[in-house]
Design a protein around this ligand. Structure first.
Ligand SMILES: [Zn+2]
Length: 295
């Protein structure tokens, strides 16, 4: 075997063994090389320039779930906290690219009123698989792995009977079996968002879980309640917090700049007008024994 191929094979082995052996987490630079290489509309330099950080939370294959915080830039008291995430389904590429785009927009705003935590790619293993996969490297749909109240009773039963054991929708062996869903739950617990925005594709609609009256439309995305599923983020967090699910119309193609801008400005307007003064403290529920049992 020529040395280059030997190194490649060894690299693949290390990668595959990462879950069991807890490989050291990849650097931000290495992760940006991979993400930027996969996403033409982002590219490596733009990912590197985005100011993303890695804080010890990583995927099955040891890639960090990169994030960036943007403090509010206004003097209007305690700002609302917004958790914005893309790519929980790894094959929805546009949902990652658009979060990069919106992150740059937040950085340019002079008076933006929210404290943001932005996580553009929360399922990096799925995005970087060849071809990209909805599920993570363990074959689990992360958006069915959150500890919703009905998980133990319903998740596997629903998967078998309602999806015909669709491997793209496998909820895992138990709630929070996956490092990515554990990391997101921990982020919700520690960041205390007032609202969560999760971007998907390709249904071309706006979905909403939460105590408020839902928005009717953001740009060309109109409200269509897609229903709740055992273990979904909306089912889990939407009991206490608004969870906005943006479904872009195409997983591989970005909206035009005008369409993207309109979704964004409509959403910001809605958030400013509709966030509750005091969100119920979801994190207290996460501290209870029930939630810990998931892993
Ligand atoms: Zn999705």
């Amino acid at each position: 075997m020529i040395p280059q191929i030997a190194r490649l094979v060894a690299g693949l082995f290390v990668c595959a063994a990462g879950a069991a052996l807890a490989e050291p987490m990849a650097s931000v630079e290495r992760t940006c090389e991979l993400l930027g290489g996969r996403l033409q509309s982002v590219g490596v330099p733009r990912c590197l320039a985005a100011g993303l950080r890695a804080d010890g939370i990583a995927s099955v294959r040891g890639l960090p779930l990169l994030y960036r915080d943007f403090p509010a830039r206004s003097q209007r008291g305690t700002p609302y906290r917004v958790l914005l995430m893309g790519g929980i389904h790894g094959d929805e590429l546009s949902s990652v690219s658009i979060v990069f785009q919106w992150m740059e927009q937040i950085g340019r705003e002079r008076f933006q009123p929210f404290h943001w935590r932005v996580m553009p790619c929360v399922n990096p293993d799925g995005l970087l698989a060849d071809p990209p996969t909805r599920v993570n490297a363990n074959g689990v749909d992360l958006n069915r792995n959150f500890p919703s109240r009905d998980w133990d009773r319903e998740a596997l039963k629903y998967w078998r009977t309602r999806t015909g054991s669709d491997p793209r929708r496998y909820p895992g062996t138990r709630a929070l079996s996956e490092p990515e869903s554990r990391a997101l739950t921990e982020t919700i617990r520690s960041f205390h968002p007032d609202v969560i925005v999760s971007v998907h594709a390709p249904y071309g609609v706006l979905d909403f879980d939460g105590p408020q009256k839902p928005p009717e439309r953001f740009g060309y995305l109109h409200l269509a309640l897609l229903g709740t599923y055992p273990g979904s983020l909306g089912n889990f967090a939407g009991l206490s917090l608004p969870v906005i699910t943006l479904e872009l119309p195409n997983a591989g193609l970005m909206p035009t700049p005008a369409q993207s801008e309109r979704i964004w400005t409509d959403m910001l307007t809605w958030l400013e007008r509709n966030l509750p003064r005091h969100a119920p403290p979801l994190y207290r529920r996460l501290d209870s024994e029930d939630w810990k049992s998931g892993g």
